[in-house]
Design a protein around this ligand. Structure first.
Ligand code: FES
Length: 107
């Protein structure tokens, strides 16, 4: 039905929230709502956009808008998300539930 994304800064203070859209990555959606995200490569290489998933990991799509061959994402820390290519799973917009994803910026 809907997915609300809440964003925290590195200290854990909530700095904004928005209703997610399908077919957009988290970096695009945050920027549309005035939430500053560090971004450099935009292609899953550098890791400056990384954040931690505090809630709602099941709603995150790791291949939403890109799938680069080399990644700084550490599979030993699977709760770390790269904003620039990851988004929300399409099926989350088609069920009857309200979903919440809470993300904490790393930088
Ligand atoms: S901006 Fe470089 S990995 Fe996201």
């Amino acid at each position: 039905m809907s997915v609300v994304v809440k964003i925290q800064d590195p200290t854990g203070t909530e700095i904004g929230s928005f209703e997610a859209e399908d077919e957009k990555n988290l970096c695009e959606m945050a920027a549309m709502h005035g939430i500053e995200i560090l971004k450099s490569c935009g292609a899953w290489f550098c890791g400056v956009c990384m954040c931690e998933v505090l809630e709602g990991w099941e709603a995150v799509d790791v291949n939403k808008t890109g799938n680069a061959g080399i990644s700084t994402w550490d599979p030993k820390n699977p709760d770390h998300v790269l904003w620039c290519v990851w988004g929300i799973k399409s099926e989350m917009f088609n069920d009857e539930k309200e979903h919440v994803v809470v993300l904490k910026k790393m930088y």
